[in-house]
Design a protein around this ligand. Structure first.
Ligand code: GBH
Length: 447
């Protein structure tokens, strides 16, 4: 696995709501996920984020794990409702938590990559209209400025919003994620536009606050028609537009794809597109799978399912490493000079991991998954694509959104009864890959 460029960044990622717990401590206000998670049937196992991985109390142990893993960088997210109180007043106790966390990371030589929004909107902002409301984008920029002023001196790289597409579609159209809305497609465009506007406004605030580079983070997946039928081919093309271009075209080209314009046209104001296209320094790619798409009748005119012929993960997502190479090359080909250097900002898989009687947790399927996806990154590097780093999702098993605690993505197993952390075999494997890569530079014999 050696053969990556010498300055290639090895990282591991997590997000606030999925690991923190302590949802009522230190002045932390409810988020849309606290509310949504209490809807009967919303979460597969009825799990909540109340405790999660108890990271707010165990952060020191978790940073020690990250240091032990040997990664260069840790991608975390700040919980908006933890650091901003009602009416937008900063909450010092919440900021203190991240302050200590960043100090500890710094002392361990781990670069913090700090994302500001991983889907946990303060509930009070949702009550005022959430992402349907333009003002939420301005509130987000205010929040970014508060965090930058307090933590910016120790942040290695900023990110504003994780996966606008998932938050938009799953949270506001399909209703499977918080806030659980099922907006008619025709009314949903405001959410997409305001997320983009929030991103661009936050980029401006972060730039004004300091020199740290800024990364955009989106998910990408090739969309493949599930049959040769013309309707399925058209549905896959539409899905490709919505997932892979609806957010990326405005961010990089300053305009929406033509097919998506009717959705957003009513809410666009003069000057918005320039704000949205505020340049960033790095382009984060979250990659998990390829999506099979077929046409169906209904307001949402398509359905996504794993394409046949591939092995699947414990989540039933198709395992298609070459899809990652395809995504990286497609971005380069679509956006050319407009595309900043790429980073694989999330990759990983769900496995039904168990700790055996001897206290070991072997996850060979995850090792194979990660090895194949790292090969796919190297194929893109060999094809001349500028990829600067790779972040495994995730450090710990954690709250997997609508799947609750039923899906495990961690390099470290978490026993949710005892909060005991057990590094899986993939943890030791990744540590060894990082070490090998550092001692055998690109083009060297170990390749
Ligand atoms: C990421 O989203 C999130 O950023 C992270 O919080 C989350 O924990 C992690 O992934 C794991 O889920 O095969 O048809 O069922 C990933 C977005 C959307 C990617 C669903 C895979 C599967 C489509 N995912 N998609 S299908």
């Amino acid at each position: 696995m050696a053969g990556f460029p010498p300055n290639f960044v090895w990282g591991v990622a997590a997000s606030a709501f999925q690991i923190e717990g302590a949802t009522t401590e230190g002045g932390r206000l409810p988020s849309v996920w606290d509310t949504f998670g209490r809807r009967p049937g919303a979460i597969a196992d009825g799990g909540t984020g109340d405790v999660a991985c108890d990271h707010v109390h165990r952060w020191r142990e978790d940073v020690a794990l990250i240091a032990d893993l040997g990664v260069d960088a840790y991608r975390l997210s700040v919980s908006w409702p933890r650091v901003i109180g009602a009416a937008g007043v900063p909450n010092p106790a919440g900021l203190d938590f991240y302050d200590r966390l960043l100090d500890e990371l710094g002392e361990r030589g781990i670069t913090p990559v700090v994302n500001l929004f991983h889907w946990d909107l303060p509930q009070w902002l949702q009550d005022e209209g959430g992402w349907l409301r333009r003002d939420t984008a301005h509130r987000f920029a205010d929040y970014a400025a508060v965090v930058a002023a307090r933590l910016g001196d120790r942040v290695g790289t900023w990110a504003a919003i994780n996966e606008m597409f998932e938050h938009f579609v799953l949270g506001h159209v399909v209703g499977e994620h918080a806030p659980g809305l099922r907006l008619p497609l025709a009314e949903s465009g405001a959410v997409a536009h305001h997320l983009l506007l929030a991103h661009g406004s936050a980029v401006a605030a972060l730039r004004a606050a300091g020199p740290a580079p800024i990364m955009a983070i989106n998910s990408y997946a090739p969309a493949r028609p599930l049959s040769d039928a013309a309707a399925d081919v058209a549905a896959a093309a539409f899905y490709d537009t919505v997932q892979n271009r609806l957010f990326t075209d405005p961010l990089l080209l300053g305009r929406y794809p033509d097919e998506a314009l009717p959705l957003v046209q009513p809410v666009i104001r003069d000057g918005d597109m320039a704000v949205i296209a505020n340049p960033v320094d790095l382009w984060g790619v979250n990659y998990y799978t390829v999506n099979g798409v077929r046409a169906v009748a209904g307001d949402i005119p398509l359905e996504v399912a794993p394409p046949a012929g591939y092995p699947v993960t414990a989540f039933d997502w198709a395992i298609v490493p070459e899809g990652l190479t395809e995504v990286l090359l497609t971005l380069r080909d679509r956006y050319g000079d407009r595309l900043p250097p790429l980073v694989v900002s999330e990759n990983g898989c769900a496995v039904d991991d168990v700790v055996d009687a001897g206290g070991q947790c072997a996850d060979p399927d995850r090792v194979a998954f990660l090895a194949a996806h790292l090969d796919a990154v190297r194929a893109a590097l060999d094809a001349g694509v500028d990829v600067r780093g790779f972040y495994v999702w995730s450090l710990l098993d954690n709250f997997e959104w609508a799947a609750g605690y039923t899906k495990r993505f961690g390099l470290v197993h978490v026993d949710y009864d005892t909060q005991r952390r057990t590094p899986k075999s993939s943890f030791g494997w990744l540590r060894e890959q990082i070490r090998l890569n550092r001692t055998a530079p690109a083009g060297g014999p170990a390749r």
